[in-house]
Design a protein. Structure first.
Length: 373
């Protein structure tokens, strides 16, 4: 099923990267995310019919028994391309239990799902993985507090001395919670005003993009991570993060639950973020591809495969829903007929489709559930 995809034009997006991928002229507006999937907020379509509608009509044929038995009658993952021109939302995602409770609470309060002040859009968790198409970088997880203390000390800003002491002297989780709470409080604005002129490198870039934003201080607590093309990073519930620049594939559980504390014009919910975030230093969870170029993270909803195509066919499995996106060259998808995908074009293979093979001269990414068919 060839897919017509949807672009979401958030203000942090690149004006040129997605048009270049799709082979169209830029329209001068930021184009941030290309959505390839069946999320009701922006579903792809097949000959004018939304993919989520087609799945609702025939969940068994579209998704297969293993997927419906585990995840119900909806596609369990969402595939995206992110084109990050400037930093976006300092955020975390909830666990399933947190999402269920938060969604039920806001439903009971009568807050419409599309309301600006709504925090929980659905009752699902949102583990996610990014796989870089270009050089890509972001912030991911709390740095060791002692290392952050060294960073703050290097700024030589007197107002930071109490936080430096806390980060050095208190137990890590307690220190992170204390300092982040104070950083996000309005009383820290004078400290921020003193810190911003002293920032260098990536943190100066963040301050230039969002002057006066409380997320600037919070960003100083996080690991800075760089990915080369083909390298991947997994983010589970509770891990604070923000993407800063580059073009990347992103695959996630089919949820839109994001709790933000800064670097955004979207809804910010600091109290809920503070309740959900895991206060522990972490090492960013880099995902190495297997020999057959599968990126398998700790999430049942999705796995990601990269196909560097040749004339030797890659035979695909059957029995599970698969979403394909060509990012370079040309891909030929063959079952009882052949569908050609050019750069930026996508397709969906229903679980009930006959066995398919891939050939071509480009690069294609394929998302599917990580359960056995």
């Amino acid at each position: 099923m060839p897919l017509t995809t949807v672009i979401r034009p958030y203000d942090w997006g690149s004006r040129t990267a997605l048009p270049a991928l799709l082979g169209v002229e830029p329209d001068g507006r930021p184009q941030a995310e290309l959505w390839v999937g069946a999320h009701p907020a922006a579903p792809s379509s097949v000959a004018g019919t939304p993919l989520d509608v087609l799945i609702e009509r025939d969940p068994a044929g579209m998704l297969g028994a293993p997927s419906t038995g585990r995840f119900g009658a909806s596609l369990p993952y969402l595939l995206k391309v992110l084109a990050v021109e400037k930093p976006l939302s300092l955020q975390v995602h909830p666990t399933t239990a947190q999402a269920e409770a938060g969604f039920a609470r806001e439903e009971a309060q009568g807050i419409p799902v599309d309301d600006y002040s709504r925090t929980y859009k659905d009752p699902f968790h949102k583990p996610e993985m990014v796989c870089a198409l270009t050089d890509f970088h972001g912030l991911c997880g709390f740095r060791d507090p002692a290392e952050t203390a060294d960073l703050l000390e290097s700024l030589t800003v007197a107002e930071l001395r109490p936080w430096i002491g806390t980060l050095r002297d208190e137990p890590p989780a307690q220190a992170l919670q204390t300092v982040l709470t104070q950083m996000l409080d309005e009383t820290s604005r004078p400290i921020q005003a003193a810190v911003e002129p002293a920032l260098t490198g990536v943190y100066a870039d963040i301050a230039r993009a969002y002057p006066g934003d409380p997320g600037i201080l919070a960003a100083l607590l996080l690991n800075h991570v760089r990915l080369k093309p083909g390298q991947a990073l997994f983010l589970d519930a509770g891990v604070p993060h923000a993407y800063l620049g580059g073009l990347t594939i992103e695959v996630m559980a089919n949820s839109d639950n994001v709790l933000r504390c800064g670097l955004t014009g979207k809804h910010i919910d600091v109290p809920e973020l503070m309740r959900v975030v895991e206060f522990a230093p972490t090492t960013p969870d880099r995902i190495e591809p297997t020999a057959d170029l599968h990126y398998q993270a700790a999430a049942e909803e999705f796995t990601l495969a990269r196909h560097d195509l040749t004339e030797d066919p890659d035979v695909l499995p059957t029995g599970l829903p698969q979403t394909l996106l060509c990012v370079e060259g040309e891909a030929h998808l063959t079952t009882d007929r052949t569908l050609t995908l050019n750069r930026g074009e996508a397709a969906f293979i229903p679980a009930a489709a006959p066995a398919a093979s891939l050939t071509g001269n480009g690069t294609l990414y394929r998302a599917l559930p990580s359960i056995e068919p």
